[in-house]
Design a protein around this ligand. Structure first.
Ligand code: GLC
Length: 530
């Protein structure tokens, strides 16, 4: 589905859903998810009401980093199907009003990519960053080819950095080239070719991996921003409906640099990812090594501080203006799910009530809509472990569809699954929650529908925070009062004058000018046109 509607417009109504393709739905019984599996599950996405899906990289790859090591940007990995399967899925999704975005790994390839193999055997090639020295400069890796010297990786050693040039020259590093040298120019053109290829097949845009990493030694990311602005200009001329979302973690820099939206992430220059971490992060799950005594605002003990998020959001929003959006994910493939450590299922509704009524673009990580948990002790697979206490596998386990074998994810023997399922006999499933109107799944669905039907709850309507302790109280679009109490203890606050009709509420009442919120309560109230 290629939409003539500019991305900046359709994104305003977007509810994003992230699919980890390995773990969503397996149609051919090999234990790994695939496009036909996703296509067969489009009913779920349509019923839920999400309208924009982004896939983690699904391209040909040796899978040293779960596909973030791309060996061919123009061909999908056979384990997911064919390019035609992806096109068919995209069309089928489009018929249901769902756009599909891919992951563009812009900063590096796999060491198995033909560009890198050629470069490792051609001393004149500049598409990667090579130091022609006898000793490896710090972080560089020995050439695997006939070319002498060392290359610079971007993440794992098997992910050589594409050369987009250095912003500054340095006599001590004579291999640096400027951003407009031949190699960097070829790489910039390659990004256009890749985008053009997939957009031409009906894809709606990209989430760009490590978007800040392109130009090296780049103070304030000025040259990297220039590169993306140039690409965005080209995109607006050639594919105006296409969206560019960044994995940058700093929207006030990345949106002015040309992205339509950027995610608040578990990392980022503003307080080391503080805006997101101050909401969700309880140091259980992906990163289990506390580097500071931070308590999340969404924590039962009620020791968190909403203003850490609020201030960062306000600052970024003022700088961004109408140029784009901030996206707020429930989790992602690198970060713990909402359901992790001491955070129990009863705490999740309040988190979604907040996420789906706050003026950020909501991004739901697959399975979070039923409260799938981060599964401790999940075995390492395809580079999932980043350190002794940094383990991403527990956020990547198979989607839990029903109570058939393998939770309906796959017909493969259990030991052949990409990752084992959550072994908890009480693990949540889509089928059980669909049958229960009181479930998290039904709530998330109603909140999405409410958001889509209510312009006041969208990202461009006003937000007035009335109380930022516990409970959190805010008014959207001058009309909808939202109350969220993420702690176990009850809490009270003053209500705005006048009647307040409950639109969606559990454990919150508004009477006689007083808001009373039970532990983990939430409510959305219509104050009427004022
Ligand atoms: C991004 C991805 C992560 C990957 C890394 C290297 O941070 O989200 O999963 O390992 O980039 O590509």
């Amino acid at each position: 589905m290629s939409s003539p509607r500019p991305a900046i417009e359709w994104l305003a109504d977007a509810v994003l859903y992230q699919i980890y393709p390995q773990s969503f739905a397996d149609s051919d019984g090999d234990g790994i998810g695939d496009f036909a599996g996703v296509e067969a599950r489009l009913d779920h996405l349509e019923w839920l009401g999400v309208n924009t899906v982004w896939f983690n990289p699904c391209f040909a790859s040796p899978f040293d980093d779960a596909g973030y090591d791309v060996a061919d940007y123009l061909r999908v990995a056979p384990r997911y199907g064919t390019n035609e399967d992806l096109t068919r899925l995209t069309e089928a999704a489009g018929r249901r009003g769902i756009r599909v975005l891919l992951d563009l790994v812009a900063g590096h390839t796999s060491d198995q990519h033909p560009w890198f193999k050629a470069s490792a055997n051609d001393p004149a090639d500049q598409r990667f960053i090579w130091a022609d020295t006898d000793q490896a400069p710090e972080g560089f890796v020995a050439s695997p080819g006939t070319r002498p010297g060392f290359y610079q990786p971007n993440f794992f050693e098997s992910q050589p950095a594409l050369n987009f040039g250095h912003a500054r020259m340095d006599p001590a590093e004579p291999w640096r080239v400027p951003v407009d040298a031949e190699g960097p120019r070829a790489n910039r053109q390659a990004l256009r070719d890749i985008m053009d290829h997939w957009l031409g097949l009906g894809l709606s845009g990209f989430r760009v991996d490590m978007a800040a990493s392109l130009v090296k030694d780049d103070p304030e990311h000025a040259e990297t921003a220039k590169l993306w602005r140039e690409l965005r200009g080209w995109l607006d001329r050639t594919h105006p409906g296409a969206a560019l979302l960044s994995e940058w973690g700093d929207p006030q820099i990345s949106v002015p640099a040309g992205f339509h939206a950027d995610f608040f992430l578990q990392f980022g220059p503003r307080g080391d990812g503080l805006p997101l971490r101050s909401l969700w992060n309880n140091w259980e799950g992906t990163v289990s090594e506390p580097w500071e005594p931070l308590q999340p605002y969404f924590g039962a003990t009620g020791e968190g501080t909403f203003s850490l998020f609020h201030d960062a959001w306000r600052e970024a929003t003022e700088i961004i203006g109408d140029a784009g959006f901030i996206s707020l994910p429930t989790a992602n493939h690198d970060f713990s799910r909402l359901s992790t450590g001491p955070r129990t299922a009863e705490q999740l509704p309040a988190a979604f009530a907040f996420q789906l009524t706050w003026p950020t673009l909501p991004a739901i990580y697959y399975g979070d809509e039923i409260g799938m948990r981060y599964v401790p002790g999940t075995p390492t697979r395809e580079g999932s472990r980043l350190g002794p206490r940094y383990d991403r596998a527990g956020s990547r386990t198979p989607m839990q569809w029903d109570d058939s074998p393998n939770a309906g994810f796959s017909t493969a023997p259990a030991e052949d699954l990409y990752l084992p399922l959550d072994p908890d006999p009480d693990r949540p499933t889509v089928a059980a929650q669909r049958a229960d109107e009181g479930s998290l799944l039904h709530l998330v669905r109603r909140l999405i529908a409410l958001r889509k039907a209510t312009p006041e709850l969208g990202p461009k309507s006003s937000t007035e925070v009335l109380n930022e302790g516990y409970p959190l109280v805010y008014v959207r679009g001058g009309r909808f009062l939202v109350v969220v109490n993420p702690r176990a203890a009850s809490a009270e606050a003053t209500a705005p004058a006048g009647p307040a009709g409950a639109v969606e509420a559990a454990g919150v009442t508004v009477t006689d000018g007083v808001i009373r919120a039970e532990g983990f309560g939430y409510g959305i109230f219509d104050l009427g046109a004022r």
